[in-house]
Design a protein around this ligand. Structure first.
Ligand SMILES: [Zn+2]
Length: 254
């Protein structure tokens, strides 16, 4: 690996190496030290064979698998280890939390849906990239952001399931586009990729649904109940129960 390749790898893994210019400077060395420390290697900033091997392995792990997500979730006992989110959907950014939603729309992502979220998951588990970049929502980010959660967009990635048009919370009716089990499982895969990429821990304040934002972060929302019901599993009721179930699934993938 030459210096440019090392910088590219570090950047993709979220360790800011400075500009990718092939020049070995303090920022690149600092990023190497951080990476070594995270991997339990001697944190000396020297590119020895162990460090290079660890870098190559970490990048290989990030590569999206070729299989469609629907195939991957058919075997429920097997927890997926590879990534499903393409690496170029996850640019370097300072991210503090990931908030998951439903669109309250149809089973497919509309142009409007794409403008509000970073990643959308359609009914069959197909991923659709939103129009705003995750980098814009990162702390210190610039450019058009995704506005997905009232007063809570800075440092927040928004992921949304395409479903629940016309749904009613109480008495519960799932409406014309109920959430599918495949969407829910694919969400766990996507959240695991994002947690790994951005170093976000799986806690009720850092990986949560829109419906949990008010209770878990103390930021007022206007009657949001995404996700407080699972159309395919009526035994799980309420924002906390749904959030806890999702966090357990994400934790099992990390
Ligand atoms: Zn929402």
């Amino acid at each position: 690996m030459d210096t440019t390749a090392v910088q590219t790898a570090l950047s993709r893994l979220g360790y800011a190496p400075g500009p990718i210019d092939g020049a070995w400077g303090a920022k690149t060395k600092g990023a190497v030290v951080s990476f070594q420390a995270a991997k339990g290697l001697t944190a000396d900033g020297v590119l020895g064979p162990k460090t290079i091997a660890a870098l190559q392995a970490a990048v290989a792990e990030m590569r999206p698998v070729a299989k469609a997500p629907t195939q991957a979730v058919e075997a429920p006992a097997k927890v997926q280890v590879g990534g499903i989110v393409p690496a170029d959907w996850m640019p370097a950014a300072r991210i503090e939390r990931i908030i998951f939603h439903w669109t309250a729309g149809s089973h497919r992502a509309s142009g409007l849906d794409r403008s509000h979220y970073h990643i959308l998951i359609e009914v069959d588990g197909k991923l659709v990239c939103g129009t705003p970049s995750i980098a814009a929502n990162g702390i210190g980010g610039t450019g058009p952001r995704a506005s997905h959660t009232l007063s809570c967009n800075t440092g927040s990635i928004g992921v949304s399931l395409c479903c629940m048009a016309g749904a009613v919370e109480s008495p519960f009716r799932a409406g014309s586009a109920p959430m599918s089990a495949v969407q829910w499982k694919t969400l766990a895969d996507v959240l695991a990729d994002l947690c790994r990429r951005y170093g976000v821990p799986v806690t009720p304040k850092t990986v949560l649904s829109h419906a949990e934002v008010q209770s878990n972060l103390g930021i007022r929302q206007r009657g949001k109940w995404d996700v407080a019901r699972l159309a395919f599993d009526p035994s799980i009721v309420g924002a906390k129960a749904c959030g806890d179930a999702m966090r357990a699934m994400v934790g099992a993938r990390l």
